[in-house]
Design a protein around this ligand. Structure first.
Ligand code: TRP
Length: 450
């Protein structure tokens, strides 16, 4: 079988790093840090990344490379080779369903970032000071609850996402990540330097991000940190397995995994370092939840002399980050259907993409406040988000850890890991077989009980 491959180690790192670094890093990470009190939450988050996220990410890559096929067939053939139950196929089905749902909510927020990019570039958030802070809150609500506007922007986000996947592994996904990732890092670095120089608040930002106050930490914060560790690394749903299946044999997988985790963590922390100084300088409390980036930042931009430029720059960054992540949710489904049917990659991408787009439209309608898709006092969009990060991603991660750690011994073999220090080998083995599953299990159970 002639399966396509990433062109190089760098290509793979940029693709997987791009899939990891997205709205989760730039939109969500700063606001959950703020909501959960800063430093202490950051420490718990970093622990979850290192002890749970990293081993599972490695496991997904490795299973993909060993399975050497689409998500469904990789899991099926690996289980058969090891005379394990066909029930393990459930991981693949769960994953396919989860990536579908992730993209149906991700594309909505991706659309909002395009809407704000447009608003920033064209209108500049009324830099003339004509708008009050309350107006910005209303403006975001108006966008989120206006199905037509949200739908248009969501569609404009889905079109490039589908086109990238339709374009193929090297000529679509890898090419776009190679272009956008360096751009993204350069834009982030520029914003950090700007914030540090223009506001003088960088020291306070460091204090906020890195000095822990454990009193502020609750059991829910720990659950949130774990869920976010899965989300930000894109693990638990087989998206990274699908990318691993295009790995050439000669790549040192352990080192590549470390680089990708490092990149993702760096980009999340960098987003904090870029965002918080401008907020602290304008004495806006960074505690506004999901509206942090869409409400609080525009307030700040509207008060800055260079607000239009910096604002456009920021939302360009956000949209670029989202567009290197969204293809990773479409690829597992498209790759599977492409293999299983006679449909071309292009047709499959547009068909699957349209189905996801339809569900995204339902997500959007559920936020219109007109009763559609509202259940138990909340809406479909919030329920999907919650179910994914608190349930499906950790559950999928748990199953991947068990499957890779206990059923498929090659995952932890030298051939899969590459040349690695014996200490690192044992640490990874311990994490994958014991620490990650136990940690996730405890947290899943308390999450359900709480
Ligand atoms: N990690 C991405 C982010 O931080 C989101 C993402 C991409 C994702 N692919 C995924 C999340 C698969 C869950 C599953 O924005």
């Amino acid at each position: 079988m002639n399966r396509e491959r990433w062109s190089s180690n760098l290509g793979f790192v940029l693709v997987a790093g791009g899939a990891a670094a997205g709205l989760g890093n730039i939109w969500k990470f700063p606001y959950i840090v703020a909501e959960n009190g800063g430093g202490a939450f950051v420490i718990v988050y970093l622990l979850c990344i290192a002890m749970v996220g990293l081993p599972i990410l490695f496991a997904e890559f490795s299973l993909g490379r060993l399975g050497d096929s689409n998500l469904l067939d990789s899991i099926r053939s690996l289980a058969r080779q090891h005379k394990a139950s066909d029930k393990w196929n459930a991981i693949a089905w769960l994953g396919l369903m989860a990536v579908f749902l992730v993209l149906s909510v991700y594309s909505v927020v991706g659309g909002w970032s395009l809407a704000f990019l447009y608003a920033a570039a064209v209108e500049g958030f009324g830099t003339d000071g004509a708008q009050s802070p309350a107006d910005f809150g209303k403006a975001f609500k108006a966008l989120a609850s206006n199905p037509t506007r949200s739908a248009v922007w969501c569609t404009l986000f889905m079109i490039p996402t589908i086109s990238i996947v339709a374009g193929g592994i090297r000529t679509g996904i890898e090419r776009v990540s190679k272009l956008l990732m360096p751009l993204l890092m350069a834009m982030l670095a520029t914003l950090i330097v700007y914030g540090a120089v223009a506001t003088g608040e960088i020291a306070n930002t460091f204090k906020f991000l890195f000095s822990p106050d454990f009193e502020k930490l609750t059991a829910t914060s720990v659950l949130e940190a774990l869920g976010h560790a899965f989300f930000t690394l894109s693990v638990g749903v087989g998206a990274m397995l699908a990318f691993g299946s295009y790995l050439p044999k000669n790549i040192n997988l352990f080192r590549a995994t470390l680089t990708i985790v490092g990149l993702d963590t760096l980009i999340a922390l960098a987003a904090g370092l870029a965002i918080f100084p401008v907020m602290l300088a304008n004495s806006v409390e960074p505690t506004t939840g999901p509206g942090l980036v869409f409400v609080t930042l525009p307030i700040v931009f509207s008060e800055m002399a260079e607000g239009q430029l910096i604002g456009s720059f920021f939302f360009l960054l956000l949209a670029a980050a989202a567009l290197t992540s969204s293809p990773s949710m479409l690829e597992p489904i498209v790759g599977t259907i492409e293999d299983k049917t006679s449909l071309s990659r292009k047709k499959t991408a547009w068909l699957v993409g349209s189905a996801i787009w339809l569900v995204a439209m339902l997500q959007i309608l559920s936020m219109s406040g007109q009763g559609f898709g509202e259940i138990f006092g909340t809406n479909l969009f919030d329920i999907t988000n919650y179910a994914l990060t608190s349930l499906f991603l950790p559950l999928g991660g748990l199953l991947f850890a068990l499957f890779a750690g206990w059923v498929i011994p090659e995952v932890l073999s030298g051939a899969s890991l590459g040349p690695v220090h014996p200490g690192a080998f044992w640490a990874l083995r311990l994490l994958l077989r014991f620490a990650a599953p136990t940690g996730v299990a405890i947290i899943l159970v308390t999450g359900v009980v709480l």
